[in-house]
Write a protein that binds this ligand. Structure first.
Ligand SMILES: [Zn+2]
Length: 321
């Protein structure tokens, strides 16, 4: 079904250069100018179309020139397309595998590492935020070619996931960095939550959810992430050099997120060689890998800090909750 529909779209584009619309099944393959069709450079699903054949709502990156899925109008067809090669294949798989990895890591942590309910709770927020972010991202990349309604809804969920990941990364760090200091925790978690609500208002608005506001969204995400700098600076200023061991991982996580945000906004490398990164190594895939790197390094630092706190009871006998 997807094959024939895609062929229909290519035919329609080549004949009339009008926007892709649904065609009836009576439009037979005998009518297709198969001899004149350009030979594909890569082995890929023949259901893909060129950028100019896409409806405007699906045009997210004008530097990816070919191998796009057409509008499919079927959840089953969208799911089948996960196993074909097109512009979204690696966007789907990177975050699907990342989401499964976070779930496995969470199970391992709760069974083998966590020693108390408050440790489990703070890390559960982090794991849930990371899994939600990558889960929403996976669904968005699978379904955005279903229809304009699905595309707009899941794009907003994708942006929500990023905001929630940023906020959810803070509790384990803040809880164990200020283990005995009760009053600082609501402050250092509450302020980013307030900023996060503002960020949600921006990314959920119809006005700012389109491709034209890519840079604005990147600035919102990076700014939100910087609200975590206040507790980091406070902690570094009040502890000795040994504790840099933990913040090395936090700085590395920030670098991953910042690099991913800049690459997403600037669309490097496809900007310099349009059409050469349609399937492999486009900016969005690099963003996804940076998110996975950020989640793993954030986890590594927070779990080391938690271990240190729990094993140093002479410094602080119990948590200030
Ligand atoms: Zn994505």
């Amino acid at each position: 079904m997807i094959h024939k529909h895609g062929a229909d779209v290519i035919q329609r584009k080549n004949c009339s250069r009008t926007e892709n619309v649904g065609l009836s099944k009576s439009h037979s393959e005998a009518d297709l100018p198969s001899k004149q069709a350009p030979k594909p450079k890569l082995k890929r699903s023949e259901s893909t179309v060129q950028l100019k054949a896409l409806p405007s709502y699906m045009v997210d990156n004008e530097f990816l020139l070919d191998y796009h899925r057409p509008e499919l109008n079927s959840i089953m067809e969208c799911i089948k397309s996960v196993f074909m090669m097109h512009t979204e294949t690696w966007n789907i798989w990177t975050h699907f595998i990342g989401c499964l990895g976070v779930v496995c890591l969470a199970v391992h942590y709760f069974i083998h590492e966590s020693e108390s309910w408050h440790q489990s709770l703070s890390f559960a927020v982090f794991f849930a935020g990371a899994a939600f972010c990558m889960g929403c991202s996976t669904i968005y990349h699978v379904l955005f070619c279903h229809s304009e309604r699905y595309c707009r809804f899941w794009a907003k969920m994708d942006y929500c996931g990023i905001v929630i990941l940023i906020i959810a990364s803070l509790p384990p760090w803040v809880h164990f960095a200020f283990y005995c200091t009760t009053y600082l925790k609501p402050l250092y978690i509450g302020v980013p939550v307030v900023f996060g609500i503002g960020a949600l208002a921006v990314v959920l608005s119809d006005k700012y959810s389109g491709g034209d506001y890519r840079v604005l969204r990147a600035v919102v995400f990076i700014s939100l992430g910087m609200t975590g700098l206040a507790p980091a600076i406070h902690y570094i200023a009040t502890h000795d050099f040994f504790h840099w061991n933990f913040y090395f991982w936090l700085i590395l996580a920030c670098l991953f997120y910042f690099t991913g945000g800049v690459i997403y906004a600037t669309r490097i490398p496809e900007r310099f060689l349009p059409g050469k990164f349609d399937i492999w190594l486009q900016s969005h895939q690099i963003l996804h890998l940076c998110v996975i790197g950020g989640v793993l390094t954030c986890y590594q630092g927070a779990s080391k800090l938690a271990q240190y706190r729990i094993s140093s009871l002479e410094e602080c006998p119990g948590p200030g909750l």
